[in-house]
Design a protein around this ligand. Structure first.
Ligand code: AMP
Length: 282
């Protein structure tokens, strides 16, 4: 039987554990999550396992990244099941604080962002990245890992966090890993649990539409017509599209038109009450 991870609820307790590891010269990895762990999360944990001697998985449904009308209250919370999955892989620590530990009464300090945080998700969820960056900076300062791993599934988030780590000179390497998908192409997400059986079938349209448009663009088709065809296909399948765009893969700025520019296609669209996001290289 593999050992269960130790569950830490306070920053001080986590710090004491990490300090002891550091005294022994051990390398520390961290995987920040909101729990409801699926195979996408678990791939990050396995990758952390390969890169570090001690692995911390954080489980915290971060209130500051939800707007009042969003799904903070109904977001799935499955800590016991999450810990069982982590026990199978073998991790040393779960950091699962309560909201008061992360945001003490009267807290007044947050991280503000520009650069890759401008536009896309921010146009539709203006509060979102400040909440994410604030909590991730607090988690990284609590555990001071050598390496922290994030999924390309949340591509803009990954770019925002890379920029933040650079700008704050955090001593943590930020590693991004490819999106894990269902066999039919749907990117794994804790929010897929909200989909009805019928919506779940339709949800595969997102990755199909992206792959088709990306293929056409790579074969030389003009970008805007390929994207507007994609938007029409999504709407025909019942989606409400927030955006379907191609941006510079490094900066997320609008394309400058040069052939050598790295490109990323990003999409956000609603299916009923569920908002899905995805992205692929172009
Ligand atoms: P979340 O719990 O949704 O905040 O996600 C925690 C981490 O897991 C983030 O770095 C996500 O980008 C990553 N993640 C979520 N879904 C996937 C997926 N399908 N493939 C790879 N990474 C993922």
């Amino acid at each position: 039987m593999p050992a269960s991870p130790t569950i830490y609820r306070t920053v001080d307790d986590l710090r004491a554990a990490v300090a002891a590891w550091r005294r022994d010269g051990l390398r520390v990895g961290m995987v920040p999550t909101m729990g409801a762990l699926h195979s996408g999360h678990l791939e990050l944990v396995r990758a952390a396992r390969e890169r570090a001697d001690r692995v911390i998985v954080t489980i915290f449904v971060n209130p500051t990244q939800f707007a009042p009308n969003e799904d903070f209250g109904s977001y799935p919370r499955t800590e016991a099941g999450d810990v069982a999955k982590l026990t199978e892989i073998g991790v040393e620590a779960v950091f699962a604080p309560n909201a008061n530990e992360m945001y003490p009464a009267g807290y007044a300090t947050t991280v503000s962002l520009a650069g890759p945080a401008v536009g896309l998700e921010t146009d539709f969820r203006p509060h979102f990245f400040s909440g994410v960056a604030t909590v991730v900076s607090k988690l990284l300062i609590a555990g001071f890992p050598d390496v922290a791993l994030f999924g390309e599934k949340d591509y803009q988030q990954l770019m925002v966090l890379r920029q933040m780590a650079r700008d704050l000179r955090l001593p943590t390497e930020i590693v991004g890993l490819p999106t894990i998908r269902e066999p039919d192409g749907l990117a794994l997400s804790s929010r897929n649990a909200y989909l009805s059986a019928e919506e779940r079938q339709l949800a595969t349209t997102i990755s199909r539409v992206m792959r088709k448009a990306a293929g056409e663009i790579q074969a030389g088709a003009a970008i805007e017509p390929a994207l507007s065809e994609g938007r029409v296909a999504l709407e025909a399948a019942g989606f409400r599209v927030d955006y379907l765009v191609v941006r510079n893969a490094d900066t997320l700025a609008e394309l400058d038109g040069s052939a050598a520019e790295p490109r990323r296609m990003l999409v956000a669209a609603w299916l009923g009450k569920t908002r899905l996001i995805d992205n692929i290289a172009v």
